[in-house]
Ligand binder design. Structure first.
Ligand code: ST9
Ligand code: ZN
Ligand code: ZN
Length: 338
């Protein structure tokens, strides 16, 4: 266990359970005006860019098994993990949920890793993600999974947002992100930092460090690696909102999905995460093999760069599982055996 772990069930910003969130929403008073009419508006520039990206990634996968050097493939996989941590440990667990605190060297490191992943700057990512938690699977959720697998996976990035996203998104408090100098620095220089870190450097390293061809470096280390990381992240919004058990709350779509958890460095335990979003493990158990991000944060806590790791008392988890779970939680078996 990492040091500095606190069980903080209440009073944690951006960590309300979804039921509490929905309640807060009602308390704040719903819009009385009729919602503006929604018409789907396709953004063809994004459609074309994503089409290119996916064809280029498929070609990259082919080159991996034909002409690329083994070091280039290892480098691509390593970059998926490193950039993935920029999303999971950075944009998600630190900046969206504040499920732990990070000293400045870790915040800078995670900002660099995050820029490598190019999933928009941290401020925009965290804004969309907080809106996703507060209005899960409604029109105000940017990747509303009730609109189908394709929409929640990638379609939402190819159309203009539903007006409810902007309207209800205004209720979200982002003042902590506005005060965070690392987040603001990345936002200000994103259009310079992102192309350099996501595309230029990962293409140059294989060429200059081990004599890879420009073609292999571009298609394997950059196109394949970037598209793989994107699709794995998107699976959390699509697959983990559709398939899996619901031990903690059977009334919501997010589910426990082992395959997504392994691929997404621990982010597939999505039923737990939507019920207890302030837990730095985004899962009940901190098993490292299915939660690489927890291992990373625990290591950072050991060297003193991460602290105030928040989690949930076991009794609270059990009580919730017994009250709203689908019966697949381990405590359900205990209960049945008296
Ligand atoms: C990408 C993101 O891929 C992926 C996110 C994945 C999330 C996963 C989460 C799951 C949990 C964690 C798991 C991690 C697993 C990782 C594993 C790794 C191994 N609230 O957006 P605009 C307002 S990105 C409040 O332009 P349009 C705001 O005023 C890929 N207000 O809307 C805003 O202006 P500004 C690369 C909001 O015009 C204005 O509206 N990037 C909110 O409808 C306009 O906003 C791309 O492909 C809100 N939530 O355009 C870019 N949102 O920003 C794709 C907006 O100035 N994006 N407002 O304040 C776009 O091109 C556009 O956003 C659009 C919508 C076309 C989609
Ligand atoms: Zn979350
Ligand atoms: Zn979700």
């Amino acid at each position: 266990m990492a040091p500095n772990i606190t069980s903080t069930p209440t009073g944690v910003p951006y960590g309300n359970s979804i039921l509490e969130s929905k309640q807060m929403d009602l308390n704040e008073g719903e819009e009385k005006k009729p919602a503006p009419e929604y018409k789907r508006q396709i953004v063809w520039r994004n459609v074309l860019l994503f089409a290119y990206l996916h064809f280029a990634a498929l070609y990259g996968a082919y080159l991996m098994f034909s002409s690329a050097k083994i070091l280039t493939s290892i480098f691509a996989i390593l970059m998926y993990q490193v950039s993935g941590l920029g999303i999971t440990a950075g944009a998600h667990r630190l900046w969206s949920h504040r499920s732990y605190q990070a000293r400045w060297p870790l915040r800078v490191l995670l900002m660099v890793f995050n820029t490598l992943a190019f999933q928009n700057h941290i401020f925009e990512w965290a804004r969309d993600h907080r809106v996703h938690h507060k209005f899960t699977d409604t029109n105000a959720d940017p990747h509303n999974a009730t609109r189908g697998f394709f929409f929640s996976h990638v379609g939402w990035l190819m159309v203009r947002k539903h007006p409810d996203v902007m309207l209800k998104g205004k209720q979200i408090d982002l003042s902590d992100l506005e005060r965070d100098s690392v987040v603001q620095f990345q936002k200000k220089y994103y259009l310079i930092l992102m192309p350099v870190l996501c595309f230029l450097i990962p293409t140059c390293i294989p060429v200059y460090c081990w004599g890879e061809t420009w073609k292999n470096a571009w298609f394997v280390a950059t196109m394949f690696r970037y598209t793989l990381t994107l699709n794995i992240s998107w699976l959390v919004n699509s697959a983990a909102h559709m398939w899996g058990n619901k031990p903690y709350d059977k009334f919501i779509n997010p589910a426990e999905n082992l395959s997504v958890a392994v691929l997404a460095l621990g982010e597939g335990w999505h039923n737990y995460h939507h019920v207890f979003p302030w837990d730095y493990k985004t899962a009940e158990l901190g098993t490292y093999s299915t939660n690489f991000t927890t291992a990373f944060i625990d290591f950072m806590a050991r060297i003193g760069w991460a602290y105030d790791l928040k989690t949930v008392p076991l009794e609270m988890v059990k009580r919730r599982a017994q009250r709203t779970g689908d019966g697949t939680h381990s405590s359900a078996a205990e209960q049945n055996h008296g």
